[in-house]
Ligand binder design. Structure first.
Ligand SMILES: *Cc1c(COP(=O)(O)O)cnc(C)c1O
Length: 442
């Protein structure tokens, strides 16, 4: 189904299933009218998602190109191989697997592909910014393997390489993973590599959050140092949701591929293989480099707006798309901050901060980020003002007149931007793109 047929089908749904299509229209309106600051979200590129739900979705593609378990896969094979070739080029990787259904599955494929049940690995503590798939007690990764966790330094709030080296020497892990869900700084990949070499461990980097910045060259790449790198596609990479990418050294390729299929999954979604291919082609364009750079500039501006309203920046700032705030100087806790901001049309999420004294259900922090608003075309000055507005909102929680003013300002800013700014689209199709996508009317 082509994209326009997809839109036509929704028109039929307005008659056949107005309940569900009504929810869709309201969700579109909600996204357009609010300022999205969730660091793990973005607005998918309409081009990268054009193949989602296309005829490739009808195809069973169980197996790998040239080794499928069903017939008729010649074109699907070409689509998958093309996508793989492109993503290897983007990141300078030797081997790529693009079949996993999300980044968490990609992570499990790494663990089950490289380790045996009960093997020890080191990872960043969940409360200090790590991800649940890095060995949290309640997660498969923590039940199946012996996960030990390092933290961040209490003073600097940064990953502490001395602590990691110490733990590695004492525990001789089979693998060390770094990468985070709520950590606003770049990571010293070279130092990790040296520790891994010293103790004979695999080095795995999970850059699900900042992979787009790496692809665009805005921050350093782990690929030259790591044995294996995993990514999501829906965060800074600005691609469709429901994908994971695994890059690795050639000699580990077979172990990783078997980890994904047959160990964890059946057939991949054929339409998503093709959609990923378009995404990777977009990553190769100069416009994506500009985008990645702008995301980082915007996060810095957002951070300084928040700071100027009295909030504390975890680690003192940001190198990436993400800003971690301690909101307790201005409001009781993260949950209260999230709820209040949501009522103003600023969408964020509460978060734990390192060595948090509040329970996870409240949290002292707020995690915010710049990817979505950058996709919508916001620049530094506006991001700075958004930071100020956010802080002003929190400080005036009992002042309905000020809150009303902010609510109107948020609406004005949000609706002055398209969902996807045409500046990120190749000049070859920009004019046509503007006609098709940039005239929002909800
Ligand atoms: C978001 C995230 C993931 C999981 O991504 P999904 O595609 O939602 O499974 C994995 N690792 C890290 C560090 C993340 O932040």
């Amino acid at each position: 189904m082509s994209n326009s047929t997809k839109q036509d089908a929704v028109k039929l749904l307005d008659v056949f299933d107005p309940e569900m299509s009504g929810l869709l229209h309201r969700e579109e309106k909600r996204q357009f009218e609010t300022i999205g600051l969730i660091a793990s979200e973005n607005v998918v590129s309409p081009l990268a998602s054009a193949l989602e739900g296309s005829a490739f979705t009808n195809k069973n593609t169980e197996g790998y190109p040239g080794k499928r378990f069903v017939g008729g896969c010649q074109l699907a094979d070409q689509a998958e191989l093309l996508a793989i070739e492109r993503v290897k080029k983007v990141f300078g990787a030797e081997h790529a697997n693009i079949q996993s259904g999300n980044a968490t599955i990609a992570n499990m494929a790494v663990l089950t592909g490289l380790l045996k049940k009960g093997d020890t690995f080191l990872a960043l503590e969940l409360d200090n910014g790590g991800h649940l798939s890095h060995g949290a007690k309640f997660h498969y990764s923590g039940r199946e393997f012996n996960a030990l966790h390092y933290g961040v330094n209490k003073e600097t709030e940064r990953i502490d390489m001395d602590q990691i080296r110490q733990m590695a020497l004492e525990n001789k892990p089979k693998l060390i993973v770094t990468g985070a869900s709520s950590y606003p700084r770049t990571i010293e990949y070279k130092a990790f590599r040296e520790i891994c070499d010293e103790v004979g461990a695999y080095f795995w980097v999970d850059c699900a959050h900042d992979c787009g910045l790496i692809a665009g060259g805005a921050i350093p790449s782990p690929v030259p140092y790591a044995d294996v790198v995993t990514m999501s596609t829906q965060k800074t990479l600005r691609g469709p949701r429901g994908c994971g990418v695994i890059l690795c050294r050639k000699e580990l390729g077979q172990k990783i591929d078997r980890g994904v299929f047959p160990r964890l999954q059946g057939g991949p979604k054929g339409d998503m293989l093709a959609a990923r291919g378009v995404l990777f082609q977009e990553l190769l364009q100069p416009e994506f480099k500009e985008y990645a750079k702008q995301v980082c500039l915007n996060a810095k501006a957002l951070a300084s707006g928040c700071k100027d309203e009295g909030m504390r920046l975890i680690t003192g700032g940001t190198d990436t798309h993400m800003v971690m705030l301690d909101v307790t100087p201005v409001i009781a806790n993260g949950q209260e901050a999230e709820t209040l901001l949501c009522s103003l049309g600023i969408i964020t999420n509460k978060n734990m901060i390192p060595y948090d004294t509040l329970p996870p259900s409240l949290g002292s922090g707020l995690r915010i980020g710049s990817p979505t608003m950058t996709t919508r075309g916001a620049k530094e000055e506006e991001m700075y003002n958004i930071g100020r507005m956010l802080g002003r909102g929190l400080k005036n929680k009992d002042n309905p007149a000020v809150l009303d003013e902010i609510r109107q300002e948020v609406y004005k800013i949000a609706t002055s931007h398209p969902m996807f700014s045409s500046e990120w689209v190749s000049p070859v199709i920009r004019e046509e793109f503007e006609k098709m996508y940039c005239h929002q009317a909800y």
